[in-house]
Write a protein that binds this ligand. Structure first.
Ligand code: GTP
Ligand code: MG
Length: 194
C-alpha cells in the first residue's frame, strides 16, 4: 500500500476509548525495543512518525494510527521491560488482554521477535496465547539486516521451533527497517487480512 495519510487518533487505556468507526485493525506486539515503531514507520513510509525509542518502555497506551482512512495500526506497549513496576506490568497485561480478546475489528496481530536471538519467554507466551485465541498471527523477525542471508533459514527454523510455530494458523517473515527488506510482504499479509 502507498501511504499518504496517517494520523494518530487515540491513545487508549481502556475499551471505552477505542475508535468507534469500525475500521479493521492490525495490532503490533513485541517486547520493548524490538522495533514495533520502526516497523510502523517503514510501513507508512515516514521517518519518525511513530516515535522510536531512546527510552524503552515509553509507549504505555494502545496507540491507534489511522492509515489512509482504511485501517488502524494498533501499537501495543512493549512487554518485558524490566524497569516498569509489577503493578504497571499487570495493568499493561490487563489492557492488552481486554483489547485482544474483545475487539471485533481486530483482524490479525503482527508479533515481532528479534531475528538474531532465541525468542524470549514472553515472546513464546504471547505466541501461544494469540494462537489459543485463534487470532491470525504474522511473526515478523526484525533487525534481519544484522544476520547474513545464508543463515536466514537456520534462524527461521530455530525461531519457529522455540515458538511452537503452527504454520497452518500463522505466517512468518523476516524484516528490516534499515534496508526495508520484507516491507511489501508485510503489507501483502495485512491487506490479505483486512
Ligand atoms: P518500544 O516503543 O519501547 O516498545 O520499542 P519499539 O519496539 O517500538 O522499538 P523501536 O522501533 O523504537 O526500535 C528500537 C531500536 O531498534 C531503535 O534504536 C531502532 O533504530 C532499532 N531498530 C529497529 N528496527 C531495526 C532494524 O530492522 N534493524 C536495525 N539494525 N535496527 C533496528
Ligand atoms: Mg515503540
Amino acid at each position: 500500500m502507498n501511504v499518504n495519510n496517517v494520523e494518530m487518533v487515540m491513545s487508549a487505556v481502556s475499551a471505552a476509548q477505542y475508535p468507534t468507526d469500525g475500521k479493521p485493525e492490525i495490532a503490533l506486539v513485541g517486547r520493548s525495543n524490538v522495533g514495533k515503531s520502526s516497523l510502523t514507520n517503514t510501513l507508512i513510509q515516514r521517518k519518525n512518525f511513530a516515535r522510536t525509542s531512546s527510552q524503552p518502555g515509553k509507549t504505555q497506551t494502545l496507540n491507534f494510527y489511522d492509515v489512509e482512512n482504511q485501517l488502524y495500526f494498533v501499537d501495543v506497549p512493549g512487554y518485558g521491560y524490566a524497569k516498569v513496576s509489577k503493578k504497571q506490568r499487570e495493568a499493561f497485561g490487563n489492557m492488552i488482554e481486554e483489547y485482544i480478546t474483545s475487539r471485533k475489528q481486530l483482524r490479525g496481530v503482527i508479533s515481532l521477535v528479534d531475528a538474531r536471538h532465541d525468542p524470549s519467554e514472553d515472546d513464546v507466551a504471547m505466541y501461544e496465547w494469540l494462537h489459543y485465541y485463534n487470532i491470525p498471527i504474522l511473526v515478523v523477525a526484525t533487525k534481519s539486516d544484522k544476520i547474513s542471508k545464508s543463515k536466514l533459514n537456520k534462524y527461521e527454523n530455530n525461531i519457529k521451533k522455540q515458538l511452537g510455530f503452527d504454520s497452518s494458523a500463522s505466517d512468518f517473515l523476516f524484516f528490516s527497517s534499515e534496508t526495508k527488506y520484507g516491507r511489501d510482504s508485510v503489507w501483502e499479509w495485512i491487506t490479505a487480512h483486512m
